[in-house]
Design a protein around this ligand. Structure first.
Ligand SMILES: Cc1cc2nc3c(=O)[nH]c(=O)nc-3n(C[C@H](O)[C@H](O)[C@H](O)COP(=O)(O)OP(=O)(O)OC[C@H]3O[C@@H](n4cnc5c(N)ncnc54)[C@H](O)[C@@H]3O)c2cc1C
Length: 593
């Protein structure tokens, strides 16, 4: 039975409602501020602050595991496993806490779908933990700056001996945890923050000069070598938590923690009922669903019936060793007209399954098995790479381009909050109204480029987009419409169910050519060519752009004017060659139009 309370919106405190509407996080740091943070990365500060965290820990009455948005699972969870071992060793109960923080969700442009997915998973976790007599205590904290004090007072109320958590690599979160770590240790409470998100943690793979890699290929080679050199550590299957004694449920201190309810929604992030029902169908919550999705990816064939917003666990998946999705991944992964990829990103982003488990599942079951570094494994390495970039060059999470030399590219459209100016860039060619109208057409999938429109409508409908389509849509916004990548990055985060700052920023800056190991600025995708590669059958476009449902053959990718007009499909809002020339000009002459 899932344990969920009615939405707190039913009786919002006026203070909470006010906070969520007036809170305006600063989005873009100055170049100087970003450079200063790069020089002294917050991850190193946290690791330093927690180095001796387990020394001088007082004996207490409980051990706390702080579950975060990126580790919503019981199986193979490093911090949970360590917390449980500590509790078992000292014979005290384990308590799990989750803090709902709407201001953080706003600061990170979290989508209501991602929040809903979090709550759906938490509801299942509350039940599973309850079977182990472990309470899942939910705290809603309206002012994010007050979280450190809130955590410390919670630990003091429980007379906790230690708190464990998996590291979140975003700047604000690292700073918050460093503050908590220092405050906890001052009170004799251990604060232990461990790596869990990546297969190979940030800092473990460095260049010869002891620096974070900023080019993927050598990184990936070094990553694989490191991984294979110590598989028991990097691919450890962390132990399941031990149950608490049942008697913990009746104690005055811990009993009430079992009454905590997972809310139905978070104010400001509610989903309308139809969307919620769809999300439940397309992205079923829970560790069992994630494991089954992984199993199907490894063992069964792709299906064109899976190209849209449907149940990924629907009957009909056909077993095949030779034609399983992973076996043909290298050749078929760029196709959006069937489920060629794993669709595990929402589960990996929310930590419903560990990246370690994904890699382990691809390995033969022999003692000396090695990770083969095949194409799918390389994608998991991309995920690790972008987390390393976030940790090693925190500037990217402060709204700055990785390549600062591109900071002054002349973008069309509105300036961003906390950006250079409040008004339109004076060098822009288009009026603000035209640029804003272009952005709206891109968002709603009405650009007149079928593959871009199908991708954007897919994003709007199911909170997910195939990787190749994300690339096409992102490049279209940044190069064809010459709109600042941060506008697209924000829109994706607000819509995606798998929204993840490291991968999203990495992907956007790659497409905008401002990022780490980015696409060279002169390589501007031709959307028509890309379209026939990503959707050779045309099924994907016909599904998501119903105006074109009757069109067959090459016309589908580039509908002739007369046919488009007749079918009510828009004409292209820009011309590929002209926009390409403009993008090249602006990147060659940064600061000029
Ligand atoms: C503009 C843009 C924005 C993106 N935003 C996000 C995001 O917010 N969250 C997110 O998880 N991914 C993001 N990606 C990466 C990628 O598109 C998705 O991870 C992938 O489409 C998920 O589908 P899948 O699970 O079927 O992937 P598979 O092909 O099955 O790959 C397996 C896993 O590897 C990881 N992965 C695959 N490709 C990439 C990649 N290029 N970069 C980083 N990790 C990768 C993902 O965790 C993925 O689940 C973005 C890419 C681009 C170009």
């Amino acid at each position: 039975m899932s344990k969920r309370a009615l939405s707190p919106t039913a009786s919002p405190s006026s203070k909470r409602a006010r906070t969520s509407t007036t809170f305006r996080p600063k989005k873009i740091a100055t170049a100087e501020a970003a450079a200063a943070v790069d020089q002294d990365p917050p991850l190193l500060k946290l690791l330093k602050a927690t180095k001796d965290a387990e020394r001088n820990v007082k004996k207490g009455d409980a051990v706390v595991y702080w579950m975060r948005m990126g580790d919503l699972r019981i199986t193979d969870n490093r911090a949970l496993s360590l917390a449980s071992a500590h509790a078992k060793k000292t014979d005290i109960p384990l308590v799990v806490v989750f803090i709902l923080s709407p201001q953080d969700y706003k600061a990170h442009d979290r989508s209501p779908r991602r929040i809903d997915f979090t709550l759906r998973n938490l509801a299942l976790l509350a039940t599973s933990l309850g079977k182990l007599h472990i309470p899942l205590h939910i705290i809603t904290q309206s002012n994010r700056r007050a979280i450190p004090n809130k955590v410390i007072s919670f630990l003091e109320e429980l007379s906790a001996s230690a708190i464990y958590a998996n590291i979140e690599y975003e700047v604000d979160e690292l700073r918050r945890d460093t503050q908590i770590s220092k405050a906890a240790q001052a009170k004799g409470i251990g604060a232990i923050f461990v790596h869990d998100k990546c297969v190979v943690e940030p800092g473990a793979v460095l260049t010869k000069e002891n620096k974070t890699y900023s080019v993927y290929s050598p990184y990936q080679k070094a990553w694989l070598k490191k991984l294979n050199a110590n598989i028991p550590y990097f691919l450890e299957n962390c132990r399941q938590p031990h149950p608490n004694s049942e008697s913990v449920r009746t104690t005055a201190k811990f009993g009430p923690l079992f009454d905590s309810l997972v809310p139905e929604s978070v104010p400001g992030f509610e989903l309308d009922p139809a969307d919620r029902a769809k999300m439940e169908q397309v992205w079923p919550a829970g560790e069992a669903a994630a494991s089954e999705m992984l199993r199907r990816f490894l063992r069964t064939k792709s299906r064109s019936s899976q190209l849209a917003a449907v149940d990924p666990l629907a009957d009909g998946a056909e077993d095949s060793a030779k034609r399983s999705r992973i076996s043909v991944y290298d050749a078929e992964r760029d196709r959006a007209d069937k489920d060629t990829t794993s669709r595990l990103s929402p589960y990996l982003s929310a930590g419903v399954i560990s990246a370690r488990a994904c890699i382990r599942a691809t390995m033969p079951d022999t003692k000396n098995a090695k990770v083969d570094g095949g194409r799918w494994i390389q994608e998991i390495a991309w995920r690790d790479f972008y987390v390393c970039i976030l940790a090693g060059f925190p500037r990217v999470s402060m709204g700055r381009p990785f390549q600062e030399k591109y900071a002054d590219i002349v973008w069309e459209g509105p300036a961003l909050e906390g950006s250079y100016a409040d008004e339109l860039n004076p060098k822009a060619e288009l009026s603000l109204a035209t640029a804003e109208s272009n952005i709206e057409k891109w968002k709603s999938g009405r650009t007149g480029y079928p593959i871009v429109d199908a991708g954007m409508r897919c994003l709007n409908e199911m909170g997910y987009m195939h990787n190749r389509l994300r690339m096409i849509a992102a490049m279209f916004l940044t190069k064809h419409l010459m709109i600042d990548w941060r506008i697209g990055e924000k829109y994706f985060m607000e819509k995606l169910i798998d929204g993840d700052l490291a991968s999203n920023d990495g992907g956007w800056q790659w497409c905008a050519s401002t990022g780490v190991d980015a696409c060279p600025y002169f390589r501007v995708f031709n959307p028509y060519n890309q379209s026939s590669k990503a959707d050779p059958t045309g099924d994907f476009i016909r599904h998501f752009v119903p105006e074109l449902a009757s069109v067959r053959g090459p016309d589908l990718h580039n509908p002739p004017a007369a046919a488009a007009n007749k079918l009510g499909y828009p004409r292209p809002i820009v011309k590929h060659e002209e926009s390409r020339d403009r993008a090249l000009r602006r990147f060659k002459n940064v600061g000029s139009a």
